[in-house]
Design a protein around this ligand. Structure first.
Ligand SMILES: Nc1ncnc2c1ncn2[C@@H]1O[C@H](COP(=O)(O)OP(=O)(O)OP(=O)(O)O)[C@@H](O)[C@H]1O
Length: 369
């Protein structure tokens, strides 16, 4: 096959007059793991359902493996979908649940082939010992493995996963993410994974797409998105903690963070941006240095909250410019209500339009990300 595995063009879908997809475009390469990341109601499930042919579109085209499948029913699309709710059939045991799709009229595999495939897939997902159990006797994590096995056994061209791990506890989630990558390596299947969890997205995906309001705001590798976040929304969804934003004012040839804060020459933003008025300065928390005591050209703040994350601590720093969160470097001790000072490292700040939220400054080089 040449060209992308999946190409979605201008997808539009309204439910009872309310738009869920508003001209969504997206391209996923063959063999890629692509995560669609967005908040609740962003249109992730609708995008996956439209890809599988399980909802009808108001307009737009779906191309799968170079073929326009917009008017083809789900059985003819060669995609498999795993939903958050597991969609297992409670009246069947594990092996019959896995075999279900292979016994459908579309596949009509021989019973020997079905048995062999179930055996291999069960081994891969470490559920061989569960094959004779009824699905309603399984734990959440076991059910999810069975649901993935059921989709995988068909060896679809495209594997759609809709929040497949969100109901699981952290340890199981991390284990299954690693397994998804392993499955991908062995089967070379293309995976399209919808999630609202940033960590989940970056842990499994080669590229991610940020979706909101039924459109893809930005798609790329995490390094590309770090180097050139398209807008404030993307910055707030990416990173751990997310991008820090500071209210600031353009003052002649520099931008000054509100509250007598750090002054950054406009030239550092590629000379772009307005000559006056309010803007937003953005920076990845890793690029913000806490300086104590305050030195020249820093911003001041106060520790609003300290959040223990096991080996590390994240703090929320509040000031006249707003609030942001940052993981403290080892050895820096700070407690609630302490005064602090910080500065954004040279060349690390981004400039955003305060009204539209769009990035004004040039991209940073990818080496920075
Ligand atoms: N069957 C439906 N009937 C009416 N409205 C719907 C239906 N399905 C989705 N919607 C609405 O369409 C919008 C997009 O929903 P969608 O499920 O695609 O978003 P999502 O990003 O998957 O959200 P979540 O993370 O909560 O699953 C939401 O406003 C949702 O309420």
């Amino acid at each position: 096959m040449t060209g992308p595995m999946l190409k979605l063009e201008g997808l539009r879908k309204s439910y009872r007059g309310k738009p869920a997809l508003r001209g969504l475009d997206l391209t996923i390469a063959d063999n890629e793991i692509f995560a669609l990341l967005g908040p609740t109601g962003a249109g992730k499930s609708s995008t996956l359902l439209a890809t599988a042919g399980l909802i009808s579109l108001d307009s737009g085209r779906v191309h799968l493996g170079g073929r326009d499948v917009t008017d083809i029913d789900p059985a003819g699309r060669d995609v498999a979908i795993v939903f958050e709710g597991f969609n297992l059939l409670p009246v069947l045991d594990v092996k019959d649940n896995i075999a279900f799709a292979l016994r459908s009229p579309t596949f009509r595999e021989s019973e020997d082939e079905i048995k062999a495939r179930i055996g291999r897939t069960a081994e891969l997902l470490r559920i061989s010992h569960l094959l004779d159990r009824d699905v309603d006797t399984l734990s959440g994590g076991e059910r999810q493995r069975v649901a993935i096995a059921r989709a995988l056994v068909r060896r679809p061209k495209l594997f759609l996963l809709d929040e497949p791990l969100s109901a699981l506890d952290l340890k199981l989630r991390e284990g299954l993410r690693a397994e998804l990558r392993q499955i991908h390596r062995q089967y070379r299947s293309t995976m399209f994974y919808a999630t609202h969890d940033y960590h989940g997205a970056i842990a499994v995906a080669d590229r991610i797409g940020i979706v909101d309001g039924g459109v893809v705001l930005q798609a790329g590798t995490i390094a590309e998105i770090y180097a050139r976040p398209a807008n404030v929304f993307v910055g707030k969804l990416i990173g751990s903690p997310a991008m820090a934003f500071f209210e600031a004012h353009v003052d002649g040839d520099a931008v000054r963070i509100t509250g007598n804060g750090q002054r950054i020459p406009l030239a550092d933003f590629g000379g772009l941006g307005p000559r006056t008025g309010t803007v937003l300065v953005g920076a990845w928390p890793e690029d913000i240095e806490v300086v104590s005591p305050a030195t020249a050209n820093t911003s001041e703040g106060r520790i609003y909250a300290v959040d223990n994350r096991g080996f590390e601590r994240a703090v929320q720093i509040n000031g006249a410019y707003g609030a942001f969160r940052k993981v403290l470097p080892h050895g820096v001790e700070m407690k609630q209500n302490d005064a602090c000072a910080f500065r954004i490292l040279d060349g690390a700040a981004f400039l955003f339009d305060a009204a539209s939220g769009n990035r004004l400054s040039q991209a940073h080089t990818e080496e920075r990300a």
